[in-house]
Design a protein around this ligand. Structure first.
Ligand code: HEM
Length: 413
């Protein structure tokens, strides 16, 4: 890592308020992003020892230039010593040609025709979760939307795809939350760090056990598929299979859960939004496109420079961390009119929420389908479904965004 002292940067000390390790900032990062875009679009952050990039054009430039801006340090930067499979990088943390080899293999499992075949399963999971809520709380009352619906819904789908035990779905969600909070490890004390280390061990032990079971007795699930797959005549190693499975669990669990929870949070904050999609359910997909832009579940991506370079007139030395603020790019006033406002009719033709370039999200089709189906069914089955408050406590992360819990009032039909 390059020393801060050797980096030429404008003297803005005391002016910039963005600090990803400050939970007051991450609970509403958008005013801080706006200041960065305006005053210092490529800006050194001392607490992270890296540059943040906040404008749309600069973020695109970095994402499309994998040669200068490598992904190799993504996972080590995010998880540090808490990576459950530190001996091999997951796909998201690979550069070409290794990335392409693994991505081709994973693509096969996520083509629209295979994902589309999950539609019945997705509908069934959503309906069963609603049945459970009504069985527990009656036809009218309150429940926690995050913990009784959105955290259980995508994890049930991905557990089925991966072939892991659906009964452990609450553990999976806790594991993923805990692991991702390792991104904030610099701000934690020994007790919290010990808990994250235990989670990392538990995840690995669990997936090693699944691996052994599937290697001995393969099924038609994705983990069995990865064990049996051959790329250029070679099998994936056990560590590669574990790493892929854990990446998909993280990708498949946290993001769609947060997209749904964020959307319901804003249904309280944005008057008329729920009524508008209730009256016109065909607008549900466009609501999600705008929600992904307005307040997306992934706020930051990491890259590292492979050589000295210049981005928007700022010199960045080789081996420097570069943090891409996707949420800020999505609010860039140079790209979107009245960018800080939610506009159901906007229909953005491009959003940054799934990334861009070679690492573009593998699960974008699946998560859009899950989110749309969930809201269609929720609005069908509940004539009233509204958060009690639109000011939830937000997750402790600058990387993932979503409410920790969301108490809602409901009335079933
Ligand atoms: C709203 C939901 C989601 C959002 C906002 C999201 C966001 C992202 C972003 C921004 C990236 C780019 C990473 C980079 O460039 O370094 C990414 C990559 C990825 N996502 Fe998603 N994701 C979502 C859902 C999913 C789901 C449901 C899955 C899996 C089932 C998934 C699996 C992945 C994987 C495996 C990658 C790495 C692809 C690669 O390295 O080639 N994501 N996602």
């Amino acid at each position: 890592m390059t020393e801060t002292a050797s980096i030429a940067r404008p003297d803005l000390a005391g002016k910039i308020t963005y600090d990803p390790l400050d939970s007051k900032v991450t609970s509403n990062p958008y005013p801080h992003y706006a200041q960065l875009r305006e005053v210092a679009p490529v800006h050194w952050i001392d607490s992270m020892k890296g540059f943040v990039v906040s404008r749309w054009d600069d973020v695109i430039q970095v994402l499309q230039d994998g040669k200068t801006f490598s992904s190799a340090q993504f996972w080590p930067e995010l998880l540090g010593e808490y990576d459950p499979v530190p001996e091999v990088p997951p796909m998201i943390s690979m550069d070409p040609p290794g990335h392409m080899r693994t991505r081709k293999l994973a693509n096969k499992a996520f083509v629209p025709s295979r994902v589309g075949a999950l539609n019945d399963k997705i509908r069934r999971v959503a309906n069963e979760l609603i049945d459970d809520i009504i069985a527990k709380h009656g036809k009218e009352g309150e429940f926690d939307f995050v913990w009784e619906f959105s955290a259980l819904f995508p994890v049930s789908v991905i557990a089925d795809v991966l072939g892991v035990d659906i009964e452990r779905r609450v553990d999976f969600k806790h594991w993923v939350d805990d692991l991702l909070s390792a991104g904030n490890r610099a701000a934690y004390g020994p007790e919290r760090l010990a808990a994250i280390a235990k989670t990392s061990k538990d995840i690995r032990a669990y997936f090693e056990d699944v691996y052994e079971r599937r290697a001995a007795n393969p099924g038609d699930d994705l983990i069995s598929g990865f064990i049996l797959a051959e790329v250029n005549g070679e099998r994936l190693t056990k560590s590669e299979v574990l790493s892929m499975a854990i990446l998909l669990l993280i990708g498949g669990v946290e993001t769609t859960t947060n997209l749904l929870s964020i959307t319901f949070t804003h249904m309280k904050r944005l008057p008329g939004l729920q009524e508008a999609v209730r009256a016109n359910p065909e607008k549900i997909p466009q609501m999600f496109e705008e929600m992904l832009r307005y307040d997306g579940p992934v706020q930051m991506l990491f890259r590292h420079t492979t050589c000295d370079t210049v981005l928007n007139d700022v010199a960045i030395p080789k081996n420097t961390l570069v943090m891409l603020l996707l949420g800020s790019a999505n609010h860039d006033e140079r790209k979107f009119e009245h960018s800080e406002e939610f506009d159901l009719e906007r229909n953005p033709s491009e959003i940054m929420s799934f990334g861009q370039g070679p690492h573009f999200c593998l699960g974008s089709y699946l998560s859009r389908m899950e989110a749309r189906t969930a809201v269609e069914i929720l609005l069908e089955r509940f004539e009233d479904l509204m958060p009690i408050s639109g000011e939830p406590e937000w997750m402790d992360s600058y990387f993932a965004r979503g409410p920790k819990g969301l108490q809602v009032r409901f009335k079933a039909r």
